[in-house]
Design a protein around this ligand. Sequence first.
Ligand SMILES: [Zn+2]
Ligand SMILES: [Zn+2]
Length: 294
Amino acid sequence: MPMVVLEKYGNLLINSTYGYADYLWKEVLNPHWTNFFYWLLALSLFCWLLEIIVPWRKGQPVLRRDFWLDGFYMFFNFFLFSLIGYNALSDVGVEAFKELMGRVGVQHLVVWDIAEWPVWARLLTLFVVRDFIQWNVHLLLHRVEWLWRIHQVHHSVEEMGFASHMRYHPMETVIYRALEYIPLAMIGFGLTDFFIVHLFTLAIGHLNHTNVYLPLGKLRYLLNNPQTHTWHHAKELKERRYGVNFAITLSLWDYLFGTAYVPKDGKDIALGFKGIEEFPRRFWKQLRYPFERM
Ligand SMILES: [Zn+2]
Ligand SMILES: [Zn+2]
């Protein structure tokens, strides 16, 4: 590879890392309503209060099993992983992809430009398209054996609480972002666009895992909720080998494509998967797990 190319990507790596570190530091130092760090803290605190004041499973301890482990995952997946390389490498990946496209004659990826639409319509489009892509990616995580080994970290939760939302292998971030990138770029979105959409999905994701009774009535056909999502984590689902309720935010996809399943109140069902007793319990061992020989 010519030196000039190496230098370009080397600089990009360094600048991205410093840029992200700088952004993160400023976030922490400057509490503000457009600031993700404090939104995550506030949402977590809100969901935790719900678990304390109106718990669904009343016998579950407030500091449930793996509470601190899941808290660490939350911090790791939301901040540290970006800081220690993910952000820089994804910038390099995007740049390399654009260069490759340029070489094969594709100057820009946008095939359906919605930039002229009103803001609300663009937000809604981004949200619905992205959620549908993520629903498909989630399905893949359950159906492809090596992807399932990565996704097992999320399913190794046995006592559910708000922070379980962010207990997942950091490779999931890479898989979701990589598969989202091209379809979203085709309608003119970058991966970091639109704070409000991220915030909304973060809030619903947190609530789906919170130990609270929030069945939503008829709205449950549209929006995911803790009473639906608990079945996604069910340990035994004999008749549904590949799982049910893959919704991230919109449960609509599960109802449309026949993967919705809420047979009864799932308050006290066992969570996890077959063989969970053998699954590692510590953070680093869980991260290594998918890469160990089967
Ligand atoms: Zn899953
Ligand atoms: Zn979950």
